[in-house]
Design a binder for this molecule. Structure first.
Ligand code: F6P
Length: 335
């Protein structure tokens, strides 16, 4: 590499814990390798609007434990702008970059993959609490969200036990129920509802019977985790959050006192757990290595406990949903 080359970095999509750890690692390693590092503000939006700042060692120090992203983020897509792909390529050239590192979930990485098809020298890093990016075992932010949801479920147990109630917790996961399954498994939930398994009328009846059956067995409370994307086949379109609706139906059908809570953005904010900081650090280092080797169009990933890379192409417009064997393991404890 010639000295004086520049790497660009941006974060797109929803924020999550661990983004700053990845920005820190990528920046510090790039600087050590002789690159200049340019951070674009608010994702693809800042890239197109030429809203950027030079990142140095001072700006990226003391941020490993900070939630969110120091660069800001947005769900802006250049591909929804007229001539957007060409505008991105023009900006890339004008900025004299030798690689662009993009931290994103499915939306942002799909854009990156499509722009790579058009010649953009881009490298991806997967981040999303939903953990639904294809090609990586875990995405940055997921383990923190699971820990927050597990803590919340442990706390809900107090009220469930004391008041003999059915407690429902809604967690994020629009199309994949990874947070619900991992947190439910870790906290010993009595039922876990996910987008991958539509809640038909029959399944709802079975759920109510299970909850009632627990009472007969002397278990006077139940804890149910609901992913936000769970589909209520026979009650579609009812107003309110899906978990709230399911709670009302359970109360109506079983006569048991039921309460609902939603974790909402609390599960996406604040300090990353050490797993996410370390994953983010390793993926940040790998991304710079990929730029150095000129392996554009790749994404730094974790596969079978190894840091490696996979073509971004494999993630374009794809989603990694919960595998049945993982769900079955959690379901072994429903009774
Ligand atoms: O993509 C991650 C995610 O956390 C989803 O689970 C959730 O539905 C969504 O982001 C919320 O996004 P926004 O912050 O744009 O409302």
């Amino acid at each position: 590499m010639e000295t004086g080359q520049r790497i660009g970095i941006l974060t797109g999509g929803g924020d999550c814990p661990g983004l700053n750890a990845a920005i820190r690692a990528a920046t510090k390693i790039a600087l050590q390798s002789g690159y200049e590092v340019i951070g674009f503000r608010d994702g693809w939006k800042g890239f197109l609007e030429d809203n950027h700042e030079t990142l140095d060692s001072i700006k990226t120090s003391g941020i490993i434990d900070r939630g969110g992203t120091i660069l800001g983020t947005s769900r802006f897509s250049p591909l929804r702008t007229e001539n957007g792909a060409q505008l991105v390529l023009d900006r890339y050239k004008a900025m004299e970059l030798s690689g662009l590192i993009v931290l994103g979930g499915n939306g942002t990485l799909s854009i990156a993959g499509k722009l790579h098809r058009q010649g953009l020298p881009v490298i991806g890093i997967p981040k999303t609490i939903d953990n639904d990016v294809a090609g990586t075992d875990y995405s940055i932010g997921f383990q923190t969200a699971v820990q927050i949801a597990t803590d919340a479920l442990d706390r809900l147990r107090s009220t469930a036990e004391s008041h003999h109630r059915v407690m429902l917790l809604e967690v994020m996961g629009r199309r994949a129920g990874w947070i619900a399954v991992y947190a439910g498994l870790a906290s010993g939930a009595d039922a876990i509802l996910i987008p991958e398994i539509p809640l038909t009328g029959q399944k709802m009846d079975e759920l109510c019977q299970m909850v009632k059956g627990r009472k007969k067995k002397g278990k006077h409370f139940s804890i149910i985790v609901v992913a936000e994307g769970t589909r209520l086949v026979e009650n579609e379109g009812l107003p309110g959050l899906v978990g709230e609706t399911i709670g009302k139906i359970i109360e109506e059908k079983t006569g048991l006192e039921t309460r609902f809570s939603s974790l909402d953005y609390i599960q996406r904010g604040g300090t990353p757990v050490s797993y996410d900081r370390n994953l983010a650090t390793c993926l940040g280092i790998k991304a710079v290595e990929l730029v150095r080797e000129g392996k554009y169009g790749e994404m730094a990933v974790l596969r079978r406990n190894s840091i490696t890379s996979t073509p971004l192409e494999k993630t374009v417009d794809k989603e990694k949903t919960v595998t049945l064997n993982v769900y079955r393991m959690a379901a072994m404890f429903f009774s």
